[in-house]
Every structure is written in C-alpha cells, then in structure tokens.
Design a protein around this ligand. Structure first.
Ligand SMILES: Cc1cc2nc3c(=O)[nH]c(=O)nc-3n(C[C@H](O)[C@H](O)[C@H](O)COP(=O)(O)O)c2cc1C
Length: 342
C-alpha cells in the first residue's frame, strides 16, 4: 500500500490537474481529459447538504471511472458536521460497492482524495457562507478543514483545499489563510488568485501563488489563466508552484493536457488539425449519448460550441447542432465541418 507521502506526491509532483468546472467536468468530459493527458481529476462541486440528505440522489456527481484515478470529490458547505457526515456517507457508498464489477468500468472503491471548495464566487453558494465566503470567516473554515481531515485520516486519503485570493481587493488574505489551512490539516492547496468580487474578470495575480508557496510547506497547485503549455511553464517559473490546474483553457480543448505534458517531458508538440480532433469529439458525443441522460444531451451543446469555436463557417453547423438532439444529424454536421478544415 502506498504511504500518505506517495499519495500526496501522486497529486502534486509536477502534475496537471483538470479544474473542477460545474456544468462541464462531469465524468464524460473527465474521461476525455484523462485520455488527453490530465493527471488529476476532481468532481464538479457537490453539496455537502445534498450528500448528507441522500447520497443516492447525488450519485451522478460523485461517480467516477476506475481509470480516472487519481480522482477526488469536491465538497462545498458551511457546516463542519455536515461536511464530515457528507464525506463519511460518500465513502460508505463506495465501500458498499466493494468487489462489484460495474457498468462502463465505474469505480467500486473509494475516491483518492477529498477537496474542499473555498473559492466558489456564485451567489447562492456564498450567501450561505460556503465557497469563497469561507475566506471571510477563517475560524469556520478551520473547523471545516479539521472535520473533513478526521475522515481523511481514518480512511488514509489526502485532503486538498481550493482557495481564491480573498474576498475583495481590500481583503486579500490568501497567504495567512493558506497557513491556517495547512495548520488545520490540508495536504495540498490549490490557489486561484482572483478575489471573489473579481469573479472571473481581469487577470489572475500569479504573484499571490508565489507568496502562498513561500509561506507554506505543503504542495501548492497554481490555477488561473493557463491556456497553453507556455502559460503552464511561466506559472511554474514565476511562482514555483508544484503543479498546475487548468480550467477554462480545457473547455473545447482537452488537447491542452497533452501539450502541457509533452512540454514537461521536453517532447515536441504538434497541434492537431481539426480532422485530427474529430475522433475525440465524436468519442465525447458517444459517451454522452451512451449515458441516456436527457440533461447531458443538452449539456453537450456547450461543449460542442467550444469545440467548433474559431472554425471558419462554423456558425451554420452550430445552429444545426443547437436545434438537434439527433445523434446522426449532429455527428454528420460535425464530420462535415471538421473535414472541411483538413
Ligand atoms: C463554468 C465554471 C464552473 C466552475 N465550477 C467550479 C467548481 O465546481 N468548483 C471549483 O472549485 N471551482 C469552479 N470553477 C473555478 C475553476 O475551477 C477555476 O478555479 C477558474 O476557472 C480559474 O481557472 P482557469 O483560468 O484555468 O479557468 C468554475 C469555473 C467556471 C468558469
């Protein structure tokens, strides 16, 4: 069995993470990202209250494929006890599957780590003191980390925490906050250096990642505005972060992971022509259609909008795709568009 140090290393030693992106990084897209080279995958944020109430209802958000490992479940919440129960119930659910062979290679043992969301800026999350609002109440954040850590220790899995720069430009506190989180028991910190009030506007302030890295001993994952392997290299150089996390730069472009990985290995990377991207896009489409989840059939449209962005004459193809739920029609439209560009 791997030691805790090995487990932490497997998540943080020059790794490329796919950022959690609600509405995008479900297990279908994660599978695509993994195949393209992402090292570490995280669920979309999952409500601790929801899990406490019914793990069964939250299954679509926590299930993962065995080959996604290392994979973590990200929780958001505002109550230490609820967060602890949510973790325990999640683990109980996966323990109950032990030894079962599951459809599509869905995992039948526990996730590799838990992640706590302390960065979400969305109103309905922050109005109840979850997500980035926790950065305004460090005492509560500390209690939450300690509660979740208890479960992580018992089950021998690492705990990661994802934070922002702070609440607003007047109250940037990520450095002290990171030290407190480390002290409370986090094993790895991911930092997206924008404030809550910035939402996703402007540029992330990478110097804050550098300052956090300097202030803590645990590994730091840098996040924010990585759109190419050059960006990943620049972030590591400027901040000394241990690993990088890519969010929006991976939407419509899972190939960014191979680009960054090849860069890390000093291997040349040749950008794929549109026709070379098509098999992966069709695979993504197939995974969604195979899921028979009506919500996903609509969600694939936002992925397809991103996949087709920037291609000449793509507006017409998009208008067909957006009006259709018919697999063959969508596939043929994509094939027409992508082959036209080869
Ligand atoms: C559509 C969308 C959904 C997101 N969902 C989550 C989430 O569920 N959990 C989380 O911690 N961050 C979430 N984020 C923030 C990202 O994980 C990431 O921190 C942010 O986008 C900055 O990284 P980037 O510049 O690489 O996109 C979301 C961001 C976007 C744009």
């Amino acid at each position: 069995m791997n030691s805790m140090n090995d487990k932490i290393k497997a998540l943080s030693n020059k790794k490329v993470w796919l950022a959690p992106l609600a509405g995008f990084t479900d297990r279908y897209y994660r599978q695509i990202a993994k195949q393209c080279g992402a090292d570490v995958l995280v669920s979309e944020m999952v409500s601790a209250d929801g899990l406490k109430h019914s793990v069964s209802k939250m299954k679509p958000y926590i299930e993962f494929y065995e080959h996604e490992r290392p994979y973590g479940v990200q929780l958001f919440g505002d109550d230490p006890e609820t967060m602890q129960i949510a973790c325990e119930k999640t683990l109980d659910y996966f323990y109950s599957l032990k030894g079962k062979i599951r459809e599509g290679a869905l995992a039948s043992s526990i996730p590799d780590f838990f992640d706590i969301n302390m960065g979400c800026p969305v109103k309905k999350v922050v109005k109840r003191t979850a997500g980035s609002a926790l950065m305004r109440v460090p005492e509560l954040a500390e209690k939450i980390v300690k509660s979740v850590k208890k479960v992580c220790i018992e089950h021998d899995i690492p705990l990661t925490v994802k934070i922002r720069a702070g609440w607003d430009l007047e109250s940037i506190n990520c450095v002290e906050f990171a030290q407190m989180i480390e002290e409370a028991g986090a094993d790895i910190l991911a930092v997206h250096p924008r404030t809550r009030s910035q939402l996703f506007s402007g540029k992330s302030n990478w110097d804050l990642i550098r300052q956090v890295k300097e202030a803590v001993k645990i590994p730091v994952v840098g996040n924010g505005d990585i759109n190419s392997s050059q960006d990943a290299f620049a972030m590591i150089e400027q901040t000394n972060c241990d690993s990088v996390m890519v969010g929006r730069g991976a939407i419509g472009n899972p190939w960014i992971f191979s680009e960054i990985k090849k860069g890390f290995n000093n291997e040349p990377y040749e950008e794929l022509k549109p026709a070379g991207k098509l098999p992966t896009i069709i695979q993504h489409l197939d995974l969604i259609y195979g899921s028979e989840d009506p919500k996903k059939l609509y969600q694939i449209r936002s992925h397809l909008a991103h996949y087709t962005k920037g291609l000449l004459n793509s507006a017409k193809a998009r208008s067909i795709i957006f009006q259709s739920l018919d697999y063959n029609e969508i596939r043929e439209t994509l094939e027409g568009l992508f082959y036209e560009h080869s």
